[in-house]
Design a protein around this ligand. Structure first.
Ligand code: DON
Length: 574
């Protein structure tokens, strides 16, 4: 481990310097974090980033559906009511706990088209070209959402509903329109030109004269309604083969991309075994690769288990979490990638012994400088473009689902005639060793672009079990900051004894090894920040980030907490 750190230091020291000098990450104002909207119910609960979709999920639960039925309905509904992240044209992950005790995970991450190479995102000089991986049609991965939701329903739905039944509310929302709120379309700091530059998108998301919609206006998505209807009638094949697939491939190619109808035809969602860990007697069930989230989460919890966080003061608790974060993110960069293409050392990284070795490298009073380990990266201030929802039912099933288009509205491009916004997920590959993606994450061979390969994700849908039964269902958007948000929700509950609303609302910190900075949300006491600085942490204030819509299952009640950071999230049950 230390050898590996030395090796990395040698390789990247000069880049680190450049990265650190060039870092444009600045304090983005001090918006305060409100308190989570909380709901208490006994028979079912959905917490999602948009209220209409959350209510659609609860309606399915009330009609006898299970948590998977509800999650599938919410997933389709958010594609209409929360178009900047809810999607048909992106991908994600669903972690499921079944009432009979089984745990499973559905991987519906996007794949790279067959024609991709490890040079696809480089410029003429062989340098990583973010224009290509973030802003061009080359960035579009083969969408996985329709296959993933359909697979989840087919295998784990209650059988009371057809897929068409679960899509029907989304069709109606798209056809009849949704009344826009200030939150729906363009949250700051979104740049509307990302959508406007595509005529196929501009004609849907702007008024005919090109001006922006205002709160109270109705957004009708007729093409999307038709696409949803076609999927409802024909099943997932109707998305991956036939007119929708042809339109997607044609739109991608017309914009200079390389996806073909065949890439869509061969797409498969994959059921995987979740990663499993334990933390102070609780079981942690989370997403395996191609997400790094579950492994990193378990690695961090294993490191932290060796400390008495419950009795540490807040500064020391945060300091130790930050040290654990750096080490887990270092491993992410080096080791992790698509499990169908590379060997991920899952067992080793999630073992207690491995964590003990890392723990031995932590100086309890002095920050380990990340600059001594790796190169600097840049985190784009943009965020809020993935979305997480949590669902539980009265039967004992639970679903944690995180899905995304990557950036807000993904590439911003609707495949003309389908109403479907396409992702720019392939920026999550390491375009070149050491070249950071939009979230400042670097990687190596394990996460190099390759045909049919799934880019490494940070999405961390997670279910914490107590005595084998769901206790916390959580997850978050936020790019690289997702996994540390999930970590803090769990530690806040288990170590700090907070209820779920407090655990979700409490200000969070984030360290991802590079850049060598601790991002801190507003609201942390000044004496805590001073104590962290004294230990050597470089604190960078940031506006509130991530949105961990969570549920806690307490004796006799479900308690939902809608994260207050983004606005518009709703916890609702019955
Ligand atoms: O899969 C990932 O890790 C990223 N594509 C997720 C992007 C994201 O969360 C954006 N933010 N809110």
């Amino acid at each position: 481990m230390l050898n590996c750190r030395r090796r990395l230091f040698g390789r990247f020291a000069s880049l680190a310097l450049i990265g650190l000098l060039a870092l444009p990450v600045a304090a983005l104002g001090q918006e305060q974090i409100g308190h989570a909207q909380q709901a208490i119910a006994h028979d079912g609960m959905v917490v999602a980033q948009e209220g209409t979709a959350a209510r659609i999920g609860v309606d399915i639960l009330q009609r006898g559906g299970n948590a998977v039925d509800a999650a599938v309905a919410v997933g389709f509904a958010l594609a209409v009511s929360y178009p900047r992240a809810g999607n048909l044209g992106g991908g994600g992950f669903m972690v499921i706990h079944l009432a009979d005790g089984r745990n499973t995970a559905i991987d519906y991450r996007e794949t790279a088209p067959q024609a991709i190479t490890d040079k696809s995102f480089l410029d003429a000089n062989g340098n990583a070209d973010p224009q290509k991986s973030r802003n061009s049609a080359l960035a579009i991965g083969v969408p996985g959402t329709v296959a993933g939701l359909a697979l989840a329903e087919e295998k784990y739905g209650s059988g009371r509903f057809t897929l068409a039944d679960l899509i029907a509310p989304a069709v109606a929302l798209a056809r009849d329109g949704i009344v826009l709120t200030g939150q729906t379309l363009a949250p700051a700091p979104f740049d509307p030109s990302r959508l406007r530059r595509w005529p196929s998108s501009a004609k849907i998301f702007f008024k005919p004269d090109g001006s922006a919609f205002a709160p109270g206006d109705r957004l009708i998505q007729a093409d999307l309604a038709n696409s949803l209807d076609v999927i409802a009638k024909g099943g997932p094949q109707a998305f991956y083969q036939g007119p929708i697939a042809q339109r997607i491939a044609a739109a991608v190619q017309a914009a200079g991309g390389i996806m073909t109808a065949d890439d869509l035809k061969i797409y498969r969602a994959i059921e995987r075994t979740p990663v499993h860990g334990t933390y102070r007697g609780y079981d942690i069930v989370s997403m395996p690769p191609p997400s790094s989230g579950g492994i990193e989460l378990i690695e961090m919890l294993n490191i932290l288990e060796g400390y008495d966080l419950a009795h540490d003061d807040q500064a020391q608790e945060l300091f130790l979490m930050i040290e654990a974060m750096k080490r887990a993110y270092a491993d992410r960069a080096l080791y992790l990638g698509d499990p169908d293409e590379v060997q991920n050392p899952v067992t080793r990284l999630t073992s207690k012994d491995y964590a003990a070795k890392w723990r031995a490298t932590i100086d309890p009073v002095r920050a380990t400088p990340a600059s001594a380990i790796h190169a600097g990266g840049i985190i784009e201030p943009e965020g809020r473009n993935t979305t997480h929802f949590s669902v539980v039912d009265r039967f004992g099933n639970a679903v944690a689902n995180t899905y995304t288009l990557n950036f807000i509205y993904g590439l911003g491009m609707v495949a003309d005639g389908t109403g479907i916004l396409l992702n720019n997920e392939l920026d999550d590959f390491a375009a070149k060793p050491d070249s950071p993606n939009a979230f400042g994450l670097t990687g190596y061979k394990a996460n190099a672009p390759g045909p049919g390969k799934r880019p490494l994700s940070s999405m961390t849908p997670t279910i914490v079990l107590k005595d084998g039964k769901p206790f916390i269902v959580t997850g978050s958007p936020g790019g690289s900051r997702i996994t540390t948000a999930v970590l803090q929700v769990i530690v806040n509950v288990i170590d700090r004894g907070m209820d779920i609303a407090d655990a979700v609302s409490a200000p969070r910190v984030h360290d991802q090894w590079v850049p060598d900075q601790v991002f801190a949300e507003p609201g942390l006491p000044e004496n805590v920040l001073t104590a962290l600085r004294a230990r050597g942490d470089k604190i960078v204030p940031q506006r509130p980030f991530t949105s961990a819509n969570s549920i806690m299952i307490t004796p006799g009640a479900f308690v939902g907490a809608a994260d207050p950071r983004e606005g518009g999230a709703l916890a609702v049950g019955y």
